[in-house]
Design a binder for this molecule. Structure first.
Ligand SMILES: NC(=O)c1ccc[n+]([C@@H]2O[C@H](COP(=O)([O-])OP(=O)(O)OC[C@H]3O[C@@H](n4cnc5c(N)ncnc54)[C@H](O)[C@@H]3O)[C@@H](O)[C@H]2O)c1
Length: 260
């Protein structure tokens, strides 16, 4: 059993799906856990349910990052874990490389990848002052395979993977004792995936069950992942047991990547 007593953790986008499962597990293992999310009502409810604290945040806002990190450090005197989880899928229709509007491309980079850059940039020093820490960035299997139906999403998640390597190397070679790894979920049953299925179904006029079946057929283990499947990987990477692991990419996809 991994223990996190006396550790302070932040989970962005923690009001739903993978972030909520991760925050729940961190609280259960003893971490002081702060959920942040752009949807304040859902965040407050999630905090009430899990025993985490909630702070409203738009992860694209640099000043917001600085304020939140400063507030947490002032209150608890340390920062050990940052899970950069908040993300959006973007539009499902018109998302091939020729049809994607520039504004949509820029929005996805801003919410899914610039936000992760901001979190890493500003958290490292607080972790260094805490004697070290662990940053886990939620990328995706979409970073590792071609995704012409969600072009800007795949590219934004590939940027997260590359950023993770630079952060890991920078931290390792500057003596900060901060580790940084990326996690790459496949298809996990969360509101984000349900939204994608519903959109594809309505745009193609296909029943939603048929859309789900098509996606399911690409997962060798024959089932979608649960948010907990990702949360367990994130919590392991956050733990002291993972002290020799940095710069890694951890795929949790039921074998989906094997299909190319
Ligand atoms: N579900 C999957 O199959 C899957 C697969 C690969 C990667 N991922 C990644 O995992 C992460 C979590 O996904 P999920 O499926 O749990 O999604 P979700 O939609 O259930 O939760 C995402 C949360 O992020 C919040 N959020 C969105 N924009 C934000 C912003 N600007 N500032 C702060 N919070 C914001 C949302 O309000 C929401 O609560 C995302 O980065 C996603 O891209 C998910």
């Amino acid at each position: 059993m991994l223990h996190f007593q006396e550790k302070v953790a932040i989970v962005t986008g923690g009001a739903s799906g993978i972030g909520l499962a991760t925050a729940t597990l961190l609280v259960q293992r003893g971490a002081t856990t702060i959920i942040t999310d752009i949807v304040a009502k859902r965040g407050t409810q999630a905090a009430g349910k899990t025993g985490a604290e909630f702070m409203p945040q738009d992860v694209t806002d640099e000043a917001g990052w600085q304020n939140i990190l400063n507030e947490i450090y002032q209150k608890y005197g340390r920062l050990d874990i940052l899970v950069n989880n908040a993300g959006i899928p973007g539009n499902i229709s018109g998302a091939d490389p020729e049809a994607t509007p520039l504004a949509e491309w820029q929005k996805l980079q801003r919410v899914n990848s610039s936000s992760v850059f901001l979190g890493c940039k500003h958290a490292i020093d607080y972790m260094r002052r805490s004697g070290g820490g662990s940053i886990i960035n939620l990328s995706s299997i979409a970073a590792l395979i071609a995704t012409p139906f969600i072009t800007p999403y795949g590219a934004s998640k590939a940027a997260v993977r590359q950023l993770t390597m630079s952060v890991a190397m920078h931290c390792a070679t500057t003596g900060s004792k901060v580790r940084c790894n990326s996690v790459h979920p496949g298809q996990i049953r969360t509101p984000m995936l349900d939204y994608m299925f519903a959109e594809i179904a309505s745009q193609t006029g296909t029943p939603q069950e048929a859309v789900e079946q098509t996606f399911l057929e690409r997962i060798p283990v024959g089932e979608f992942g649960e948010p907990d499947d990702i949360a367990h990987m994130v919590v392991f990477l956050a733990s002291d047991e993972a002290k020799h692991i940095t710069g890694g990419q951890f795929v949790v996809d039921g074998g989906m990547q094997l299909n190319g």
